[in-house]
Design a protein around this ligand. Sequence first.
Ligand code: SAH
Length: 208
Amino acid sequence: MELEEKKKALILQLIKNGYLKTKRIIDAFKKVPREEFVPERYKEFAYIDEPLPIGFGQTISAPHMVAVMTELLEPKRTDKVLEIGSGSGYQAAVLSRLVNYVYTIEVEAGLYEFAKNNLQRLGYKNIKIIHGDGSKGYPQAKPYDKIIVTCGTEKIYPEWIEQLKRNGVLVAPVGSPWIQTLVVGKKKNKNFVTKKLFRCMFVPLRRV
Ligand code: SAH
């Protein structure tokens, strides 16, 4: 099967299984070429619903996980989003088609370069990639409508909540370094209301 056919089949499967729901998000999935965000030797596996190695011991998340997290963020055209953990740049690319602007921060220098090259080569203009430790957020561009954490974090750092707008949404895998619970949180007037969803496995957040 050609890559394009595999892509169509995967997207249909993600819809059928309830991971993809929203028309605009489905369209974004159709537009972004996942094969361009993985090392050459993994291109043929780009449309299998699995995480894939991107070097430095890190992985690009499985398509269903990108679908679920993107749906949970309820992306709006006017949103300013912060992503912690750029990795390959794929999740940022998907979001950039749905929101106004994406800031994405990556701690690993080699992956910062990898994501930057991928996003530049493909011509994404509304994404700024930053090299640094995202556990402190990125105060330079706050406040954010949404924050998405794509590495397993032991806790929701207070800096993230502080940098969210009122009614802002945060999605993060929270737990131990290798097994977490996907948590969605909303910033209300005085408190931060969280809901635990399901078990997941992300590479751990590293603080520097
Ligand atoms: N969203 C990515 C996948 C992320 S994998 C994609 O679409 O490809 C998790 C990433 O988080 C890894 O690249 C890892 O290096 C990065 N990471 C770990 N700790 C971090 C931190 N403190 N700040 C920013 N990025 C971090």
